[in-house]
Design a protein around this ligand. Structure first.
Ligand code: AMP
Ligand code: MN
Ligand code: MN
Ligand code: MN
Length: 276
């Protein structure tokens, strides 16, 4: 059985490895199919493809689109997308365009709690300046000694209700699914267990998502605890949708995630790769 890891990040968004270093690491970790799914960004895929061509690994061209749905942020992964598709490219450009202003707002909010220089600090961690986001702020706060690790920065400063959090309007769900489909890809709800929606809101999301042309959900992800996997496996079966697997790897040693080191998909699930 080949090893699939269908969710990962590079320096084109908030990962710390270049696209080629990421593909190299995935190869060393025994991954057979790797999807690079940078946030709202396709620019790492050409370099990743060149490295994949040189190594024994299949690259799946992907993206992770930031969406606002019923006032909550939801991430939609697109797999096997045509990177030249104008709908997808223009859509993502629009999603990216608000990030700089949001980052300025975050820096002002952090300054109000005594943390100076956060915009410059975050930008120094962002190779792709148009993609500056919360992870870059988190790395700056760890580096400057304010907080011990990235996870703690999020908990104390960067999630809704905390002083450095600034709300943002991302893409509408319908548009994100439309761009991915227009580009020939499958739309997948990323890490569903992370949203804390509760049973009814999750079902509402699935209903709406599938009726808009969504294809499936991540069942096995670095964001799920082992006991969340069967819950989302059951949901994928009940709703008759596809199931995906991805580490959501960002950086060596940041969290416990490693490329390709994932539970296998429960037998009752229909894997997303069954339609490739
Ligand atoms: P942004 O798109 O700028 O809002 O940043 C979202 C990114 O922040 C996610 O893709 C994760 O990489 C990271 N993130 C979100 N929540 C957490 C958390 N609780 N702990 C660590 N990283 C997180
Ligand atoms: Mn991220
Ligand atoms: Mn995500
Ligand atoms: Mn991700």
């Amino acid at each position: 059985m080949p090893v699939f890891d269908l969710h990962s990040h590079s320096t084109a968004s908030d990962g710390v490895l270049s696209p080629s270093a990421l593909v190299e690491r995935a190869t060393a970790c025994g991954v057979d199919f790797l999807a690079l799914t940078d946030h709202d960004e396709l620019s790492g895929l050409a370099e990743a493809q060149a490295q994949a061509d040189a190594a024994q690994i299949h690259l799946v061209r992907g993206v992770e689109v930031s969406v606002t749905w019923h006032k909550s942020t939801v991430h939609i992964v697109g797999l096997h997308v045509d990177t030249q598709n104008p709908d997808l490219r223009q859509g993502l450009e629009k999603v990216r365009s608000g990030r700089r202003q949001r980052a300025e707002g975050m820096a002002e909010a952090l300054a109000r709690c005594g943390i100076a220089g956060a915009l410059e600090g975050a930008l120094a961690h962002a190779e792709n300046k148009s993609m500056v986001g919360r992870t870059h702020f988190a790395r700056f706060l760890v580096q400057s000694g304010v907080v011990k690790d990235v996870k703690t920065v999020f908990r104390k400063y960067l999630v809704p209700g905390k002083p450095g959090y600034v709300g943002h309007e991302w893409a509408p769900l319908e548009e994100a699914i439309g761009w991915i489909r227009s580009a020939g890809g499958q739309a997948i709800i990323a890490h569903p267990g992370r949203y804390n929606f509760g049973r009814e809101k999750m079902r509402l999301l699935l209903d709406e998502f599938l009726s808009l042309g969504g294809a499936g959900i991540e069942v096995v992800t670095g964001s799920h605890t082992p006991d969340q996997v069967p819950v989302y496996a059951d949901l994928s079966v009940e709703f008759g949708c596809l199931a995906s697997v991805g580490s959501d790897f960002h950086a060596p040693g940041e969290g416990a995630r490693e490329l390709g080191r994932l539970m296998s998909l429960p037998e009752r699930c229909k894997p997303v790769w069954s339609v490739w």
